[in-house]
Design a binder for this molecule. Structure first.
Ligand SMILES: [Zn+2]
Length: 116
């Protein structure tokens, strides 16, 4: 959950890998993303608990806690290949809980592909 506890999330299963993306937004958030969908991710927050930031081609919204500012997740604004995609920022979790999950580097800045 975020620092103040207003926004939380839960995953239906343990992610096989996490993603560190270097795009203009993600490198600023310093997030470690675990990808899922509306079916596999549960967001726990009041309806107005987050600030949603949308930019560029408007495919997704980054959600940050309105109180403490932590970026907790992003959510797709339309279905992608039939799925409503969500990614959660694993930095909200206890580091020990994901220390053994490999991190893949995604080049969202230029090639839009994994570097590892
Ligand atoms: Zn918070």
């Amino acid at each position: 959950m975020c620092h103040c506890g207003a926004v939380g999330w839960a995953l239906a299963s343990r992610p096989a890998r996490l993603t560190s993306c270097n795009c203009l937004a993600c490198r600023r958030y310093a997030a470690l993303w675990a990808y899922g969908t509306r079916e596999s991710v549960t967001i726990t927050a009041e309806a107005d608990a987050t600030i949603a930031y949308v930019h560029g081609d408007r495919t997704l919204a980054f959600h940050s806690c309105r109180v403490c500012g932590c970026t907790t997740h992003w959510a797709g604004l339309a279905p992608h290949d039939g799925e409503w995609r969500i990614a959660v920022n694993m930095r909200m979790a206890d580091p020990a809980a994901f220390a053994d999950i490999p991190v893949a580097r995604f080049d969202g800045a230029v090639t839009w592909s994994y570097l590892d």
